[in-house]
Design a protein around this ligand. Structure first.
Ligand SMILES: *[C@@H]1O[C@H](CO)[C@@H](O)[C@H](O)[C@H]1NC(C)=O
Ligand SMILES: [Zn+2]
Length: 393
């Protein structure tokens, strides 16, 4: 391993003309040459950017779209990918990525270096979106979270690195689960997913959830793995005016008792048995989108919880909801989407972070906001970025 790594480093340095191949490169020279190379590569990736402190015009009930676009516009890995148009090389499909192009056009005006606009009109992007996702145009309950899901899904489809249909024979056979360790089982499922779905959207937002089922009759454990692009968390119902994000996560991941009628079939007993079920995060995404599920649909109406959910700005530790012994997995907040008002008369806004601090985006208006004002009973969708240095090697 160490040797092959060194060989790779040597060939990188030689091929970039930093040292000649015939010279016996010492470890320290190799190191400095390599660092120089990395610095140059980093410079190349730097694209000229404006401040991004630009609002989006409300073009008729579009605050829910505007707030989500601002949050995505501050998702660096996505923004830079759009602005450099790298997706044109990456995508497999020959079809024009119309939505991605329209989205990129909005981003390039939001991040314009000359700062020509103080407000950008997103109409063209929104009409392209409605054409691409007809379901949404006739949709009355305009929910930012739902828009986010549809948008990411559609963008992913356009810029997928894999063909829409896998050629026959490339599909890996269903693994014989019993002979795999849990982590291997999860890795197989993940690999299978990537064979069909692989894009910058997946690189950034996709993670893997594990649902483990324990049969109370024969004690058999079985696992299923599902890909997720956001975590939708329940808000605990109890008296008091505040709950913490940790309490929402605990509720999400708590052991749930299922009676025989409601349980899935036990693999070993081959019948439905009283079981317990627990959800955990098997694979952590680079960006985790946390949806605070404030809306509850009953038979006749939708109600909204206005409880204040407190959340950490830095060092949100999701390790306790991951695989056993994974250690701390720390995330930092970089954007929040807010919902104010009632179910029928609501307004969406966003707070996003850049080098200068936090900014409040209320359609066309942009204002600086102190970090201690981010917590509010209106926080609805939280965007956290993985702090890579926190991961255990
Ligand atoms: C957002 O802007 C609207 C008008 O465009 C204003 O009525 C509303 O008070 C603003 N919201 C906040 C919280 O600043
Ligand atoms: Zn069983």
């Amino acid at each position: 391993m160490e040797n092959s790594c060194e060989t790779l480093c040597r060939s990188l340095v030689v091929h970039n003309g930093l040292q000649s191949e015939s010279v016996d490169i010492s470890q320290s020279v190799l190191y400095t040459s390599l660092m120089g190379l990395l610095l140059v590569a980093d410079k190349k990736a730097d694209i000229p950017l404006g401040s991004g402190q630009v609002g989006l015009r409300n073009v008729g009930n579009t605050c829910f779209l505007n707030s989500v676009v601002q949050c995505l516009s501050h998702t660096r890995g996505l923004r830079d990918y759009c602005l450099t148009k790298a997706y044109l090389q990456d995508k497999h499909s020959k079809q024009e990525p119309v939505l991605m192009n329209a989205f990129t056009q909005v981003l390039s005006r939001l991040w314009d270096t000359e700062g020509k606009d103080t407000v950008v009109n997103p109409s063209r992007f929104y009409s392209t979106f409605k054409e691409a996702v007809p379901y949404f145009s006739g949709y009355s309950q305009q929910d930012a979270q739902e828009f986010l899901r549809f948008l990411l899904d559609r963008l992913h489809t356009e810029i997928n690195r894999r063909p829409a249909k896998c050629p026959p024979g490339t599909d890996t056979a269903e693994p014989k689960h019993k002979c795999f360790r849990l982590s291997e089982q999860a890795a197989v499922m993940w690999k299978k997913y990537l064979q069909r779905d692989d894009s910058r959207i997946v690189d950034l937002f996709s993670g893997q959830l594990r649902s483990s089922l324990h049969c109370s009759v024969c004690s058999h454990y079985s696992n299923t793995f599902d890909v997720f692009c956001d975590l939708s968390l329940p808000i605990p119902k109890r008296s008091g005016d505040k709950v913490s994000l940790k309490e929402c996560l605990d509720l999400f991941s708590q052991v749930e008792k299922l009676d025989a009628e409601n349980a899935p079939m036990c693999e070993r007993c081959c019948r439905r048995t009283a079981s317990t079920k627990r959800l955990t995060i098997q694979r952590f995404p680079k960006v985790i989108v946390i949806h605070l599920n404030r809306f509850t649909t009953s038979r006749y109406s939708i109600s909204k919880s206005t409880v204040c959910v407190t959340f950490p700005i830095n060092n949100l530790d999701l390790g306790p909801y991951g695989p056993v012994d994974c250690g701390p997995v720390l995330y930092n907040l970089y954007a929040v989407c807010y919902h104010s008002g009632t179910v029928n008369m609501g307004h969406y806004t966003a707070c996003c972070q850049d080098e200068d601090g936090w900014w409040y985006y209320n359609d066309s208006s942009v204002q600086q906001v102190p970090v201690d004002q981010l917590q509010s009973s209106q926080a609805y969708v939280l965007f956290y970025q993985l702090n890579n240095s926190s991961l255990r090697k």
